[in-house]
Design a protein around this ligand. Sequence first.
Ligand code: NDP
Length: 383
Amino acid sequence: MENANNESSRRHFLRKFSYGVAMAGLAPVAEATASMVTSTTKTMAEKKIGWAIVGLGKFATQQIIPAFPNCKKSKLVALVSGSLEKARKIADENGINPKNIYNYQNFDDIKNNPEVDVVYIILPNSMHAEYTVRASKAGKHVMSEKPMATSVEDCEKMIDACKKAGKKLMIAYRAQYEPFNLKSIEMIKGGKIGKLRFLTSDHGRLLKPEQPEDKWRADKQMAGGGSLMDIGIYSLNAMRYLTGEEPVEINAMIYSDPNDPRFKEVEETVAFQLRFPSGVLANCSSSYGYEGVKRFQAFGSKGSLILDPATDYYEHNLELKLEDGTKKEKIQEGNQFAAEIDHLSECIMENKTPKTPGEEGLRDIKYMMAIYEAAKKGKPVKV
Ligand code: NDP
């Protein structure tokens, strides 16, 4: 499709251009120009979008950086880190020019680096807003990790800054680029389980503040909240992409063990319910107190669909329970990280809006704020 479009616009351009020069009696020049245009088109098609990663923590180093060799339209060209030693080592391992290493102080100099098209922010949640604004001011497109930010105001600042700079902003909702999740959406939409009536989703993992990646997660100012902001967001987002609807009412309860020092600032377990305009209801949970759960289930008039795990990095298990028995769906696992990275690169190349733009991240932050509000008030909140 992309090639067909390129080819037809190239032909259109050549036709227009040849017509103009022929009219001026310059046909040989038109021939030479045609060959120049062909080679320019080829170079454009082969060009990969250059990415910089900000924050070389667990997720960046263990999942995102290793995904770049699987990308077709994207290449990793720069690193931003507080640790020069770590950045040098990663640059060396990944063929990145050491001159493309930045720290948090000289980050803004990235504006002078034409190799960098996109900045991918993989910092603690409260830092996403500052670095999105700085990256867009430096003239770069932005991918921000989830949750988009720790407040509605910060999300709006991020959207405004990228709009003002004329740059794209995408939130890294990897599940929306992952084949089993996409298949689940297609099956529900296609009526495989009949009329959708109810959904459930749970995400849990133990919080271990002794690990560097969980230290800031136990800090309310840096994380914005507890299990809900970190992993409950997967349940919430899944309920929205599986129904294709926005909730109209939210109810919630929260419990944190008062004797557990991990939950001094951030919440442990959240149970929340969503009502959608079609009448579909959803029941979700997130917790830092139970381990290894990342699943959803959709119930319809003809049966149910279960994806468990649903939001793992590399393993998915999709089952359909219909009247004639349970059937395991066999589809190919895909690299969701490479798919989402290439999606933004494609959007930049073809000037399209990403499927998960800043507005998508903002919606989830608003709903999560409503979840906290409902739990605090002890009654449902209209959204
Ligand atoms: P880590 O703590 O492992 O990484 C964060 C990195 O940010 C650090 O290693 C550090 O990198 C940098 N940093 C800069 N300032 C600070 C600071 N004050 N405190 C701590 N780190 C700082 O966290 P994760 O990699 O687990 O998470 C990072 C982001 O990615 C979060 O927003 C998280 O929600 C998201 N994430 C998304 C996942 C997904 O599946 N989409 C999965 C896991 C995380 P350096 O030393 O290079 O400066």
